[in-house]
Ligand binder design. Sequence first.
Ligand SMILES: *[C@@H]1O[C@H](CO)[C@@H](O)[C@H](O)[C@H]1NC(C)=O
Length: 198
Amino acid sequence: MRPWVAVLALWPVLRGAARQSPTFPSITDEAFIEECVRVHNDLRREVQPPASNMRYMTWDEALARTARAWANKCIFEHNIYLRKKHQCHPNFTSIGENIWAGSHQIFKAADAIKSWYSEVKFYTFADQKCTKTCGHYTQVVWDYSYKVGCAVTLCKKVAGIRNAANFVCNYSPRFINENSQFFKSIDYKSDEFVLASY
Ligand SMILES: *[C@@H]1O[C@H](CO)[C@@H](O)[C@H](O)[C@H]1NC(C)=O
């Protein structure tokens, strides 16, 4: 089939999809919370060599509220209040953040979290060196972090993507490594869908 034939065939499908406005789970949605927590812990268990004192991550409502407030701004930057004490959490002062933005059609919390973890391929445990981008990965698997709260919002436009899912996870404590502050990466997975992590 020639490309333009395929495009014409897809048109009615896309028009149908555009009419329904996508709805994303709220930060109190039990299935969403379970998915976010489970996927983080599953990935943390896969770390090689295994961490001797890997802490089990649990949900934190206050971190989720901070993630939601920032996700709602639809800005593809890190939350500027994270380093200001007690602005993002009543008790935690060290808060980390991963952000994923992509077409709303493809959003799955599990896939977004796994995309952060996939930076493991750039990371060498032995000398803790990173050849490209590792900050999302190290935050997901850092043994010392034990709290997570995530939120997803529909944005008209974020990171150059229209009708995007903007998915933010906040963590405590924040991964610390003097060689790495925040990492930026933009991945193009296919022509139709642009994925981005910040
Ligand atoms: C903050 O700490 C206090 C005292 O330990 C606790 O009662 C409260 O639930 C904590 N708040 C949050 C949002 O974790």
